[in-house]
Design a protein around this ligand. Sequence first.
Ligand code: TTP
Ligand code: MG
Length: 400
Amino acid sequence: MKPAILHVDMDAFFAAVEQRDHPELKGLPVIVGGSVEGRGVVSTASYEARKFGVHSAMPMAEAHRRCPNGIYLPVNMKKYRAVSHQIMEIFQRFTPEVEAISLDEAFLDVTGSQRLFGPAEEIGRELKRLIAAELHLTASVGLSYNKFLAKLASDLDKPDGFYRILPEELEAKVWPLSIRRMMGVGSKTAQLLEQMGVTTIGQLARMDTGLLEHLLGKQGVLMHQVANGVDERKVEPVRESKSVGRETTFPQDIRQQYLLETILFTLTDEVCHTLRSNGLKGKTVSIKIRYPDFHSITRAITLERYTASFEPVFAAVQQLMARNYKDGTAVRLIGITVSNLKPDGQIVEQQNLFGDTAMVEKQEELNRVLDRINGKYGGDTVHRARKITEREKTGELSAE
Ligand code: TTP
Ligand code: MG
């Protein structure tokens, strides 16, 4: 059976939820984000506000300049998470093959569901109908035969859209589009290609693969494939109990705690980024230490709440190091794993029990901003800076 992949993305998600819950805000420019004083950024803007040039990740101060009469609201993560949970539940009625990408976005493989529920197009339209009827929100749906094209499609008829790309429509519907619409094409890559006169997906598709590989490496080959409608990636529903981990073996044993923690810092950043880009959060953090004699230990801490933010995970890593590593001991390999995972959309916690919700949301916002910047500019533009204090270098902290 031909693959049928849906990509569903909610329209102006945070802002739409607020307009739904405050009907007096319907039709008005609503901007959800941090505070101007806290130098926050825009999480999202309603389509009315976008007309003023306000968009996600813009500093709030700039948004106020562009849209002084906008309605500015704080981010209510707990609420959006609960709504996300409801959206994902609707998807589950049609297939267990649901891969949540973020709170408001998921891929559904409905290839097999068609036997029960009818053609994929009907399933896509029914999803939109249910989201509107039960949750009073609008979604945009893309339907195609692979993930790349389904995601592209959901963006082509926004808001409240439905767009289908059939295999025979690739040339007519996809090839005229800008290469900037392709996921994974950062502005640097785009500029490079544009300088060579390659501005559309079709031009990219007809480029010589060898040349692309030469220019952009493996990424170039992949881009060439997807431009030609080939994307082998499967929709991967998150099975619970999965984990995300990174470890590294050193060319030479390391015995300084500050160095080990600096490496763990980077590994933690990568793990958290992977969690976020897969729409996951985890609750258990473990470190693994392997000694020169190949003997390994693994030690874990369970956090109070699910997270994909760097700060709480790295705090746990530091606690684990303080408890289980003595400065000066030679180490051959070090690693960190976050396990006990759940899709972000399925986590409904009583966050206010802990009273530090504002802090959690700040951290989440920071992490999202870094993801955005890194996603947009082709990765690795912004790194967290870790200051190594003199005390750490001299090992004074290891006594804690
Ligand atoms: P998006 O799906 O990228 O944006 P959107 O749903 O607001 O608007 P549309 O899809 O119609 O273009 O992101 C979903 C939510 O994620 C968004 O409502 C708020 C949040 N978000 C941020 O917090 N920061 C960001 O930089 C982005 C892009 C989104
Ligand atoms: Mg959206």
